[in-house]
Every structure is written in structure tokens, then in C-alpha cells.
Design a protein around this ligand. Sequence first.
Ligand code: ADP
Ligand code: MG
Ligand code: MG
Length: 249
Amino acid sequence: MLKINNLHVSVADKPILKGLTLEVPAGEVHAVMGPNGAGKSTLGYSLSGRPGYEVTDGSASWNGQDLLGLDPAERAAAGVFLSFQYPMEIPGVPAMTFIRTALNAQKRARGEEEVSAPAFLKQVKAASQALKMDFDMLKRPLNVGFSGGEKKRMEILQMALLEPSLLILDETDSGLDIDALRIVSEGVNALRRADRSMLVITHYQRLLDYIKPDKVHVLAAGRIVASGGPELALELEAEGYDKFLPTAA
Ligand code: ADP
Ligand code: MG
Ligand code: MG
């Protein structure tokens, strides 16, 4: 399971996460909702080990393994995958090459054998079909000139192929129309497994109509200030975040 305890994180010397505590048991999907600027993306970046996100206190572990002591590649090898709110573009590197390189780096770090080019090609074809992606897209430089929906599908494709055990989705719904939202959500739902946990970060309740969370947490001013079932997301949608903000207390 994912265990985060009293996590404090600063960005550019500014404290953003201020004692965040959260547990996601194996096999569960938890949503983290919160107003803009609450620290949702900071949470995702901190767990994936992005440089510039300085942990000043607290702990975070995945299946008993301390994440904070690992570099980003080691975290990926440990099964952590962060799907970005704004996926980056990588000119000059075909998407397929990018994913195979990442997959083989993970396999080497785990002491496993690398996947052969023909075997990988077969996997990519099957996974892209499931997501209704044009296979030719996989030959183009990663995300360059892709629409918002195509970028998000590419993120889900990467997840399907890299087989992470801890999936962190940061505002996967942003920029998606309803059809793309449904396809992306089905892709995510297909990845649900008893030994896999998911943290679904979102500003809007809409995504949770498609990806049904076991629990919903409210992140405001750098901490989890409320937790509940899926009904909490509906309550937030109806009433807003005001009552969770420090000034309203
Ligand atoms: P959310 O994803 O919930 O909208 P973020 O985690 O992106 O929130 O940001 C939380 C806070 O951290 C915001 O106040 C934001 O302005 C600040 N922040 C994020 N990145 C930086 C940065 N590189 N330098 C300074 N402040 C930052
Ligand atoms: Mg934001
Ligand atoms: Mg964000």
C-alpha cells in the first residue's frame, strides 16, 4: 500500500505541502480533489521524485519501500508512474522508442531481461488498438503536435505497457472532450488490479463518474482536510471547496 505520513514539501523554498497524511491500500482507487493551487500536482511530483520538490519532513512509502530516498528512475522501477497534467513533448524521439527505452530501463533496474523489438511491437499494437489510437501516432515524436486528448491517450498507453503498480493520474480529465474522457477512463479502469493502487488527482467531479473511486480526499492548503466515500465528490461539486479553506474555518 501507499503510506504518506506528515509530508512537508517546499518548492523554491516556499512550503506547499504542510503535513499531508494519506494511505491508499493495494487494489484501491483514491481520488484527491482540491482547489487550484492546493498542492495536488506537488503531491504527484513529490511521489515521482521530480527535482525541485524538496521534502523537508515526513515520509512516503510504497509496499514498505521508502520512496523519498530513491531517485526518479528507481521509483519507476519500484512501480511508480505519474501521468502528467501537461504531458511533455520530446522532439526527435518516436513515441514507441521512448516507451521501449523506459520499459527496458525499468527491466534492467529490476534485473529482468529486456523486451525484444518484435515482442514489444506486438504489445504496442494490442495496447494502441484497445485505446483506439492510430498506430502511426506511435512513430511520431512523443506528444509533438498531439492534441490534448491524444496526449492523454499516450499517457494511458505508457501505463498499460510499463505496468506500474502505483498509478498517479494528475488531472487526466483536463482538456478532454466527453468521448476522449470515456476512452481514457476505460483505459484506466482496465488497469485496475488487486495489487495495484491508483491516486486520481482531479479538480472536477466529472472524471469520477467514469473512474469510480473507493475513497475521496480533499486537499486544501497543503493537507488532507477531509476524507469520505464517492459522495464527498458530489458534495464538493455542489457546494465548492470554500468550507475546507483555512479562511472559512
Ligand atoms: P494544484 O495542482 O493543486 O493546482 P500545485 O501543486 O500546482 O497546485 O501548486 C501548489 C502551489 O505551489 C501553488 O501556489 C503554486 O503557485 C506553487 N508552485 C508550484 N510550482 C512552483 C514553483 N516552481 N515555484 C514557486 N511556486 C510554485
Ligand atoms: Mg492547478
Ligand atoms: Mg495541478
